[in-house]
Design a protein around this ligand. Structure first.
Ligand SMILES: Cc1ncc(COP(=O)(O)O)c(C=O)c1O
Length: 242
C-alpha cells in the first residue's frame, strides 16, 4: 500500500520487529513481503530495535530471525541496560561502504555522541550480558512465560489473548460482557496491579509485560500473582462479574 502511494520515492522503511504498542510481532509473511519490496524498489530497510534488541525477544536482535538482514539497525534501551543515555545506528556493510569513499560526507552532528563514559557503559553492558549468558536466560524465561500466560488465558475468563514474543508480551482483556477492556479502564487496571505489588505497562485493551531477562522462577510467580490479584481487584471495583 505504501509503495503504491509513494511509487519509487520511498528511501527507507522503518519497522519495529515487534510493534511496541500492543506487542505485535511482524509475521513471517509480512517480513517476506518487506524483503521482496526492498529487492523491487531498492529502499533501505531499517529495523528499530530500540525495544526488541539485547535479548528481549529471544535472539540478541529480533531481526536476526528475519530471512534477510536490515540495512540499518537502531538500538537504545538495552544498549546500556538503562544505566546511561545512549543510542546507536548500526549500518550494514553495503551502506557503510559509501562512507569509505574519501569524498563522502555524513551530514550528521551530535554534541554529546560517543563520549568515553557512554562507550564504556555500552561495553560493560555487553560484557555483563555475555557473562550471564543473558540471551539464553531470556529464552528460558520466555518459555516459562509461554506456559504461565497460556494457563492464565485458559483459566481466567477475562483474559482474551496474549500477544508478543520472548520477554516482550501483552495481555488483552475483556469486560464481563465479552467486549474488549476499554482503553479508558487501562490506567485503573494498571493501578490495581500496582497496588497488588507489580508495575506493569499500559497496553492495548490490557497490559504489557517486559520482565527483566534475569527474573527467577519466583520473580515470575510473584508477577503473575500480582496480575491475577490486580485483575480481580479491578473486576470487583468496577462491579464486573467474572
Ligand atoms: C521502538 C522504539 N523506538 C524508539 C524509541 C525512542 O527511543 P529513545 O528514547 O532512546 O530515543 C522507543 C522508546 O520507547 C521505542 O520503544
Amino acid at each position: 500500500e505504501l509503495m503504491r502511494r509513494q511509487g519509487s520515492q520511498v528511501a527507507a522503511v522503518v519497522v519495529e520487529p515487534v510493534l511496541g504498542s500492543g506487542a505485535v510481532p511482524l509475521t513471517r509473511e509480512y517480513v517476506a513481503e518487506l524483503l521482496r519490496l526492498r529487492r523491487e524498489h531498492g529502499f533501505l530497510l531499517v529495523a528499530d530495535e530500540v525495544a526488541t534488541g539485547f535479548g528481549r525477544t529471544g535472539s540478541f536482535f529480533a531481526s536476526q530471525e528475519w530471512a534477510g538482514h536490515p540495512d540499518l539497525l537502531i538500538a537504545s534501551k538495552g544498549l546500556t541496560n538503562g544505566t546511561s543515555a545512549a543510542a546507536v545506528v548500526v549500518a550494514a556493510r553495503s551502506v557503510a561502504a559509501a562512507f569509505e569513499d574519501d569524498s563522502a560526507v555524513l551530514t550528521h552532528g551530535e554534541t554529546q555522541a560517543g563520549t568515553p563514559v557512554t562507550c564504556a557503559t555500552i561495553l560493560a553492558t555487553i560484557s555483563e550480558m555475555r557473562r550471564l549468558d543473558a540471551v539464553a536466560m531470556g529464552k528460558r524465561l520466555a518459555a516459562r512465560l509461554d506456559t504461565a500466560l497460556a494457563e492464565l488465558l485458559a483459566t481466567h475468563p477475562l483474559v482474551a489473548a496474549t500477544t508478543g514474543l520472548g520477554c516482550f508480551r501483552s495481555l488483552r482483556l475483556l469486560r464481563a460482557d465479552g467486549s474488549p477492556l476499554p482503553q479508558s479502564e487501562v490506567p485503573d487496571l494498571v493501578a490495581a496491579i500496582r497496588r497488588a505489588g507489580a508495575i506493569v505497562h499500559p497496553g492495548v485493551n490490557g497490559v504489557q509485560l517486559f520482565p527483566a531477562l534475569t527474573y527467577t522462577e519466583q520473580d515470575l510467580a510473584e508477577l503473575l500473582e500480582c496480575i491475577q490479584a490486580g485483575l480481580n481487584a479491578h473486576v470487583a471495583g468496577t462491579g464486573m462479574r467474572q
